[in-house]
Structure formats: C-alpha cells, structure tokens
Design a protein around this ligand. Structure first.
Ligand SMILES: NC(=O)c1ccc[n+]([C@@H]2O[C@H](COP(=O)([O-])OP(=O)(O)OC[C@H]3O[C@@H](n4cnc5c(N)ncnc54)[C@H](O)[C@@H]3O)[C@@H](O)[C@H]2O)c1
Length: 317
C-alpha cells in the first residue's frame, strides 16, 4: 500500500513515515523542507524513504497513492498571532489543494487537525461535539482546513477523516519550539531550571507520537474514511507542575523551577474525551511515565541533533 505524507519531514510526519515503513507500507514524503529538521531528514534517508521537496500548495503528483496523510502546516501559535495571514495562506490553502487532489482521484485522506480548534473549553473533558472557538490564528487555520474538507466531502465526494491531536510529544521535536516535554527534558539534562509559564496548575493532554502513528495507521489499514472527526489524546489531564516533578524524578537531579508570565493564546485546561477513537480503534494510549522514559533515553543517546533553522515560538497545541 502506497502512502503519501505531506509535511513528512517534520516532527509527527517523519515519526509516522518511519512507523508505516516498519509496518510494511510504501511511503513517500512531500515537504517544502522549510521547517523540517536535519534530524528528521537523516532518519528518513537512513530508512530509504523518498522525499519530494515541494510546497503542497503547488504540488499535484498524487498518482499511484492509496492514502494521503496531511501533516504539512505552520504550527507555531506565537508566530500565528504575529503573522496571521501567513497561517491562513499556508495552512488553509495547503489543505484546500491536498483535499482537492485527493477528492478528484478518490484517495482517502487523513487530516491532522488540532485541539487548538476548541479554544478555551467550556467543559471537560472535551468531546468532538464541543463548540469550536479557536483563540489563535493557528487554531483558526486548522479549523478552516477542517471546513474545507467537510465541504469537499459534500461537493466532490472526498473520503477523509479529521484527527484533532492534543499535545503530541516524542523524539525529534525541534527544541526551538518543541513542546514543553522536550523543553523540560533537555533543560533537565543540561542541569538548567525548568521554566513554567503561569502558575503551573494548567492542564494538558499529552499523547505519545507513536500512539498517534498507530491511530493514523488504523484508519489507513482499515480504510475508514468516514468523513468523521476524532480526538486523539491520552484522555488524562496532567498539570505542568506535575510534569515538572515527573521530569525531575526521572532525571534524578534537584532542579529549580522558575515561573514566567502566562503566554497569549494559552488555554487554561485541556483534556480530550477519547471515547470515540477508543471505541473504534481499541488502541490504549502510552502512560506518560513510559513515554517520558522513552524520550529521555532518545535524548540521552544524542537525540535530537537537529539544528536546522525554524520559526521561533512555543509549543504547538
Ligand atoms: N505537535 C503537536 O503537538 C501537534 C498538535 C496538534 C496538531 N498538530 C498538527 O500535526 C501536523 C504536524 O505537526 P508537527 O508538530 O510535526 O509540525 P512540524 O513543523 O514539525 O512539521 C510540519 C512540516 O510541514 C512542512 N510544511 C509546512 N508548510 C508546508 C507546505 N506548504 N508545503 C509542504 N510542506 C510544508 C514543514 O517544512 C515541516 O517539515 C500539523 O498539521 C499540526 O497542525 C501537531
């Protein structure tokens, strides 16, 4: 089975590409390489995965693919607040082109959306039927992508599935705007204080990248392109304070924790209702302690040695 991954040289995309190849899929990556990491590129090359350098907005070579995973996007919340049009242009138009190419060829499409579409939740846990009120241009661009695909399903018969990912962590996140987990672990290994924005009582739903890969593979393997939307998270809320304590325990050294002001666009609480995806896939999420150990051992092994320039910013959500 041949799968095309857009944004496949990014954090989630390359982990997914490696996962699918291990499972026997024939994988091709298309990426502008604008925000890919040298670490991800090296891993893809070592695995012999072909990389097409192209912007998805101008790419139309979809012949011979059985499924497409659309991961290409700009993902910095902070940058999106500074430069909203850039996010609308790249993320919405990119999704519009990818969706159209899939629709006219009858290719099943997995769209990686984000919990950022919900904005500040009105109730917890957040189910798929929760109102969508994104409070950043990034979240808005992901939601507009969803809307475009929903419309294509009606107009052109697109077969797709939208996955709203919560806070994904794992090997290969670029430190310049990696999630809080990579940032905490790297700082802890260097013996630096852990920086918490706000009081640390805010909660997040952390999901291990391999779990995301398992879920995506499920949809491709089972050919489930039901035009539905699914949350992908762990279903477990973790406060940032708890996370800091877990990292300190794991690394086994005393480290100070410093607090800085909360950042614009940050929601207070976030945890996914994962009953819909669990009922369908039966995939159990990796407990955070286990995931942290895996990322730590990767980091200790010299990981991630990625130094390519990327947009400054802060964790995606
Ligand atoms: N990381 C998370 O916690 C998280 C959470 C929710 C949703 N997501 C979604 O998952 C997807 C992947 O996120 P990530 O964390 O791997 O980001 P990333 O920045 O590591 O990877 C994105 C990749 O897309 C490429 N890209 C961007 N615009 C492109 C374009 N127009 N054409 C071709 N390539 C382009 C970049 O060069 C980069 O390699 C995104 O769609 C993001 O919105 C991520």
């Amino acid at each position: 089975m041949r799968v095309l991954i857009t944004g496949g040289a990014g954090f989630i995309g390359h982990n997914l590409a490696l996962h699918l190849v291990r499972k026997g899929y024939d994988v091709v990556v298309v990426d502008s390489l604008e925000r890919s990491s040298s670490f991800a590129l090296r891993r893809l090359e070592e695995s012999g995965i072909p990389i097409i350098k192209a912007d998805v907005r101008g790419f139309g070579d979809y012949g011979g693919f059985d499924a497409v995973v659309h991961a290409a996007a700009y993902v910095s919340v902070e940058e999106s607040i500074r430069e909203p049009l850039k996010y609308i242009e790249n993320n919405v138009l990119g999704t519009a082109r990818v969706g159209y190419e899939c629709a006219r060829r009858g290719i099943g499409l997995v769209y990686l959306s984000s919990a950022a579409v919900y904005g500040e939740p009105l109730r917890l846990p957040i189910g798929e039927d929760h109102p969508v009120r994104p409070q950043t241009p990034y979240g808005l661009s992901k939601l507009q992508g969803e809307e475009v695909l929903r419309s294509y399903a009606l107009v052109y018969g697109l077969r797709h599935v939208t996955l709203r990912l919560f806070n994904v962590y794992g090997p290969g996140q670029n430190p310049s705007y990696a999630g809080v987990i990579t940032s905490f672990l790297e700082r802890a290994l260097r013996g630096e204080p852990l920086v918490i924005y706000g009081d640390g009582e805010q909660t997040r739903d952390f999901v291990y990248v391999e779990d995301v890969a398992n879920v995506v593979e499920f949809f491709i393997r089972e050919d489930v392109f039901d035009n539905e939307t699914y949350n992908v998270g762990s279903g477990v809320p973790t406060t940032i304070k708890e996370l800091a304590r877990a990292v300190i325990r794991l690394v086994g050294r005393e480290l100070p924790v410093v607090h800085e002001p909360p950042r614009p666009g940050d929601v207070r609480h976030s945890v996914a209702d994962v009953s819909k995806i669990k009922k369908l896939t039966r995939i159990d999420p990796t407990p955070i302690e286990e995931g942290l150990k895996k990322v730590l051992s990767e980091l200790k092994a010299g990981f991630p040695n990625n130094t390519s320039p990327r947009a400054g910013g802060r964790p995606v959500s």
